[in-house]
Design a protein around this ligand. Structure first.
Ligand code: IPM
Ligand code: MG
Length: 355
């Protein structure tokens, strides 16, 4: 089969890590008789520099016309002072919204070889954890009404958290369906003791749960969840939560694995087509120095093969190659913790030979 993939390398380390993932996909493709055709487009800060807007129409069109999208990272200090609608992050938010990618899957798993890199207490790390955050991605305060006005206190700004039953139902279904393929436990995270939107969230998730009697559902308040993640992450299987809470908790969960440089993500909608990206950012401080860890993006490509193209064997091969190089003791700087490390491109080479 031939698959059309739109690449959005973006800014900072984005181009380096997307290139690494393409090399890995090509090798797997060669081995299995599949071919991947890439169209690379500009979005984020690089598009702002060239066209004055974060997401040119042609770039969005290429994403919509593809079988799936692989994104590196967008943003950087250079564009930080621009107004909201012109920030590189807008590109990412608009692609998610326009492609209808309402479900963001962020797995976080503690690999036994990286246990010592985890900031968890030794006994907690020993127990390990393997959780999946299902983050709502096209609603909530990321897309709610926002603005500024003058009040007695001077200039005032607001963002609105709003969720409909439709939005909550569809993300809850993704969580329950996915839980069935794992350990059949869902923790729904909200702030129902304070927020009305969270109370509707909780009611709706419980309604959806009636169709999944085989899956255990637990509610947890977000502040408690932030604490529980550090205290006892092994208790979680699938976490389902809003856009903003998912954003925050997924960074926390990723750090518990030892490095944000290892974690992939998938964003999906009603169709098979998705967008895949590492959960880390553009890391401008290390860009162009061949220090970036390509693993999160390589694993994102593996998720694409599995979830959008149904190529599970090929995805397994990539994931096994990652395990193998880490078992061999190869480390990029972000997971070396002061010990010896190799360059990003050397990590890519090691992955290619492990395939
Ligand atoms: C993420 C990022 C984005 C988000 C930013 C870059 C807009 O932090 O994917 O988690 O907040 O969704
Ligand atoms: Mg984030």
């Amino acid at each position: 089969m031939k698959y059309n993939i739109t690449l959005v390398p973006g800014d900072g380390i984005g181009p380096e890590i997307v290139d690494a993932a393409c090399q890995v996909m090509d090798k797997v493709g060669e081995q299995s008789g599949h071919s991947f055709h890439y169209t690379s487009v500009l979005a984020g800060g690089c598009a702002l520099d060239k066209y004055g807007i974060p997401l040119p129409e042609d770039s969005l069109k290429a994403c919509l016309d593809s079988d799936s999208v692989l994104l590196g990272a967008v943003g950087g200090p250079k564009w930080e002072t621009l107004p909201g609608h012109l920030r590189p992050e807008r590109a990412l938010l608009n692609i998610r919204k326009e492609m209808g990618l309402f479900a963001n899957l962020r797995p976080a798993k503690l690999m036994s070889v990286l246990r010592e890199a985890s900031p968890l207490r030794e006994d907690t790390a020993k127990k390990g954890f393997d959780l999946l955050i299902v983050r709502e991605l096209t609603g909530g305060m990321y897309f709610g009404k926002s603005g500024r006005y003058q009040s007695e206190g001077g200039e005032t700004a607001f963002d609105t958290e709003a969720y409909s039953v439709h939005e909550i139902t569809r993300i809850a279904k993704v969580a329950f369906e996915t839980a069935r393929t794992r350990r059949s436990q869902v923790t729904s995270i909200d702030k129902a003791n304070v927020l009305e939107s969270s109370r509707l969230w909780r009611e709706t998730v419980h309604k959806v749960a009636e169709d999944y009697p085989d899956v255990t559902l637990k509610d947890m308040l977000v502040d408690n969840a932030a604490m529980q993640l550090v205290q006892n992450p092994a208790q979680f299987d699938v976490i389902v939560t809003s856009n903003i809470f998912g954003d925050i908790l997924s960074d926390e969960a990723s750090q518990l694995t030892g490095s944000i440089g290892l974690l992939p993500s998938a964003s999906l909608g009603e169709t098979k087509r998705g967008m895949y990206e590492p959960i880390h950012g553009s890391a401008p401080d290390i860009s162009g120095q061949d220090l970036a860890n390509p693993i999160a993006t390589v694993l994102s490509a593996a998720m694409m093969l599995r979830l959008s193209f149904g190529l599970s064997e090929e995805a397994d091969r990539i994931e096994n190659a990652v395990d193998k190089v880490l078992q061999q003791g190869l480390r990029t700087r972000d997971i070396a913790w002061g010990g010896p490390y190799i360059k990003g491109s050397e990590m890519t080479k090691a992955l290619l030979s492990a395939l």
